[in-house]
Write a protein that binds this ligand. Structure first.
Ligand SMILES: NC(=O)c1ccc[n+]([C@@H]2O[C@H](COP(=O)([O-])OP(=O)(O)OC[C@H]3O[C@@H](n4cnc5c(N)ncnc54)[C@H](OP(=O)(O)O)[C@@H]3O)[C@@H](O)[C@H]2O)c1
Length: 293
């Protein structure tokens, strides 16, 4: 029996990883590493066999107990934590000291090419510390439409970003959760490799709002603004400076890069087709129109 510890279990990716570990797994023990156990339990009403351990990325005193007798650590970087030496080095050293050898890290597409992003530094650190690893490198989440971009979509029927005509590759977080769970459960077969996980479509925001308008029946528009204006707009909306900066860079830089690569890893590993943008919008129509909060 394997013991699998899932960090970020209550977030977009973590919820899906836990869901698919439960669906695909027969004999591993699945443990959610969470800040607030009582609160986290409410998010998993049906996962009867799921266990919980207290864990805080920002509190090294929680590491040892959380990492006790774990075979595979699923690690992600919460969006607000960027300082790798301050937070991830002690965490990974504690994992090592507690005997963890296998790490699956949720990275991002292109992390190996971009020296400035934390995911690149975390990948390097995992390798330097000689863990067996799998790096999952997904493209742009479709769920950005139903999370960070949703308030403006619902209230103003618009999306404002500094992305111009840049094309993004769109992937469903459910697809990422499914393939990640598969890789965790088959760690030995795929270890020490990296997997880009993408959908099959590269589309810019003007194309995506057109599809949204067609499927929802509402007129949703897209406006591209300059990155400095965008950053201050987000700050004015109350978004923390670090996250506003990440949102600006994430949506502005692709204007100067080539179109994202499209990978068939999802299909190869799961035997399924990834969700199309059209399917995603149809599935999430009630959220996107504000009917479902
Ligand atoms: N958005 C995209 O298009 C995209 C694309 C590729 C890669 N990514 C990467 O995906 C990652 C974000 O994943 P996500 O969307 O699943 O994030 P998310 O929904 O914001 O979830 C973050 C998770 O981390 C937990 N967490 C936050 N701070 C913590 C702390 N101090 N101690 C313990 N747990 C803590 C949260 O728990 P609580 O419930 O306690 O808050 C939550 O479970 C980032 O590294 C991002 O760069 C994003």
């Amino acid at each position: 029996m394997k013991r699998i510890l899932v960090t970020g279990a209550t977030g977009n990716i973590g919820l899906e990883v836990v869901h698919y570990l439960n669906v695909l797994n027969s004999d591993s023990e699945i443990i959610a590493a969470v800040r607030d156990i009582a609160d986290a339990k409410l998010k998993f009403p049906d996962a009867v066999n799921l266990q919980f351990r207290q864990f805080d990325f920002e509190n090294p005193d929680t590491f040892s107990a959380a990492f006790h007798l774990v075979d595979v650590l699923f690690l992600l970087r919460p969006p607000q934590i960027s300082e790798v030496d301050r937070f991830f080095r002690p965490l990974l050293l504690a994992a090592k000291a507690n005997g963890i050898r296998n790490v699956v890290f949720l990275s991002v597409q292109g992390a190996e090419k971009s020296k400035v992003i934390p995911h690149n530094k975390i990948e390097n650190l995992i390798q330097q510390l000689e863990f067996n690893y799998i790096f999952v490198r997904p493209s742009y989440f479709m769920q950005n439409l139903t999370t960070t971009l949703l308030p403006e979509i619902v209230k103003q029927k618009s999306i404002t970003l500094p992305s111009g005509k840049a094309k993004f590759n769109w992937i469903d977080v459910k697809n990422i959760g499914e393939v990640t769970a598969y890789l965790i459960l088959n760690f030995g077969k795929y270890q020490n490799r990296s997997f880009e996980i993408t959908g099959t479509e590269n589309k810019n925001f003007a194309e995506v709002v057109d599809l949204m308008s067609e499927i929802t029946g509402e007129t949703i528009s897209f406006q591209s603004i300059n990155p400095i204006r965008f950053y201050f707009k987000k700050r004015k909306e109350g978004i923390a400076s670090g996250f506003a900066a990440v949102m600006t860079i994430l949506h502005f830089l692709p204007r100067f890069q080539k179109e994202p690569d499209i990978s068939d890893n999802f299909q190869k590993l799961t035997g399924k087709k990834p969700t199309s943008i059209r399917e995603f919008i149809a599935r999430e129509k009630e959220k996107l129109t504000g009917i479902q909060q």
